[in-house]
Structures are given as structure tokens and as C-alpha cells.
Design a protein around this ligand. Sequence first.
Ligand SMILES: Cc1cc2nc3c(=O)[nH]c(=O)nc-3n(C[C@H](O)[C@H](O)[C@H](O)COP(=O)(O)OP(=O)(O)OC[C@H]3O[C@@H](n4cnc5c(N)ncnc54)[C@H](O)[C@@H]3O)c2cc1C
Length: 261
Amino acid sequence: MIDTVHVSQQGAWGRTVLNRADLALPHLGVVVDYPVLTTAINQQLEQAGVNVRWDTRVTAVKSLHHYATVSTSGPEGEDWLTCRLVVLAEGGALADTLPGVKRLVHDYRQSAVLATITTEKPHDGVAYERFSHQGPFALLPHGDGFMLVWTRSHDDAQTLQTLDDAAVIAQLQQAFGDRQGKIVSVGPRAVFPLALRQVNRVVSGRVVLIGNAAQTMHPVAAQGLNLGLRDAIGLTDALVGVPDVRRTARSGRLCCRAQGG
Ligand SMILES: Cc1cc2nc3c(=O)[nH]c(=O)nc-3n(C[C@H](O)[C@H](O)[C@H](O)COP(=O)(O)OP(=O)(O)OC[C@H]3O[C@@H](n4cnc5c(N)ncnc54)[C@H](O)[C@@H]3O)c2cc1C
């Protein structure tokens, strides 16, 4: 749980501290492991009777006048189906194939470096956002330590991945200071190249885009998942009472999930 957010800039005086009490909120945020989230979602899908095709990749989506077609490739081989509405939430690769949809891409020329760290002092529910000389980073309370998300140049990110742990700890300690005492350990580093991606429209015929398929943003905002949830809620509200969807719901709802998804 995040109860306090501490924002500071390396080499500058001052800081901003936000507390849950200031905003009369139970918490300012929650750090959730991806498998915990997907397990909860999968349970809900099962309870709702949604037919999930596991390990099935969508290879093409086409929108016709009254229907959309979805081509799939999975353990049972190649298949295709028709439906009245496709909700595309696969991160965005198929968006470019839809008529009228253009993806605007801004390459940040940066990567995010992710790693778990432990520190001498307990986190006490404090999340840090620090604008360091090498790039902004967040330290998010996670288990007994923190999850580090550090925005760096692509070259720096590759270097951090291969440097030994002691050298990474030294860099981070210098950039962060000693608010949490000594940084005791750092886990393996994962690197994600970053880009802003936004589509000019989120509807193309019988296909609607949500989540990262509609917008992918810089993780320093920590808003991507939140916006995806907003999209899902907004779409659900918009579809309540739509006759087409009621007919589709009676004949079954289908969800395709690629491996690891
Ligand atoms: C370093 C980093 C830190 C972040 N921190 C935060 C944060 O603090 N708060 C926050 O709100 N957001 C954060 N985000 C953003 C958040 O992770 C994304 O916005 C969110 O994961 C988007 O979810 P999504 O389901 O739309 O897309 P994705 O997470 O991209 O999921 C798409 C799914 O579709 C599957 N798939 C892809 N192609 C196909 C296909 N052809 N057929 C079938 N399945 C397919 C994939 O396997 C995957 O499971 C962060 C992102 C990064 C990179």
C-alpha cells in the first residue's frame, strides 16, 4: 500500500510530500504483482462464464458492415469467428491494420529499468519519485522492499542490466541519497523501451480499442493501467442496453489470450 508520496529532485532544495490523510483517502495507491492481478481477472472471467481460448493468438481482425471477423491461431490450429463487436485490448500491434486508424508514435529514446531493491530502513508505505541527474525514477513499496522503475537512455539501461549488483547499488544510492539508509540488495534488471503511442480514433467499424491498444504512455505518469480500467468501465456503460450486444451475450462471449497473457 502507498500511504505517502515523496517527490524530490537531485541537487535541488525542497520536496513535496503527499499523505493519504491530506486527501482523506484510505491509501494513495497499491502496488500489485501482475500474476495476482491476472489470477483475479481470470477467476472473474470464469465466474461470468466467459469462454476463454488460452494460448490463442489473434492473427487478424477485420471489420465488415454489421460484423467483425477475428482470425486465430492456437493449440487447435487456425480458426476464425464472426462477432458483432470486437474489443481489442492486445497492446496495439493490430491497431495499424484497421481502416481509418492511425497510430501516432513518439519515441522517448528512453528505456525503463525495473528491479526490486531492499533498503536498511523499512518503507512504511512511502513511495518516492526522484528526478535524478540520469533520469527520473520511482521507488514503490513492494513486499519488504521497493520496486524500482528508473527511466534511462537505452545505452544506460543496457549497462545497468549487465553491471554487477554492487555497481548498480552504488549508482542508485548516489542518485537517491540515504533517506532509506543503505540500499542492501538489488534484483535482476528488466528493461522496457518506452514510447508514447496514441491512436487518432478508438473505433473502427465493429472494432473498439481499449487500454494500451488505444494509448500507451510514459510510466512516470503511473496511469496506463488506470486509463485501461477507465476505458473498460466507459465501454461497459456505453454498451448497457445496446440490443446487438445483448444478442451476442446470449450466444456467448469469447476472449482470446496469447501465451503469457
Ligand atoms: C515500466 C512500466 C511501469 C508501469 N507502471 C504503471 C503504474 O504504476 N500504474 C499504471 O496504471 N500503469 C503502469 N504501467 C502501464 C501498464 O503496465 C499498462 O498500461 C497496462 O499493462 C496496459 O494493459 P493492457 O491490457 O491494455 O495491455 P498489455 O499489458 O500490453 O496486455 C496486452 C495483452 O494482450 C496479449 N496479446 C498481445 N497480442 C495478442 C494477440 N495478437 N492475440 C492475443 N493476445 C495478444 C498480450 O500477451 C498481453 O497479455 C507501467 C508500464 C511500464 C512499462
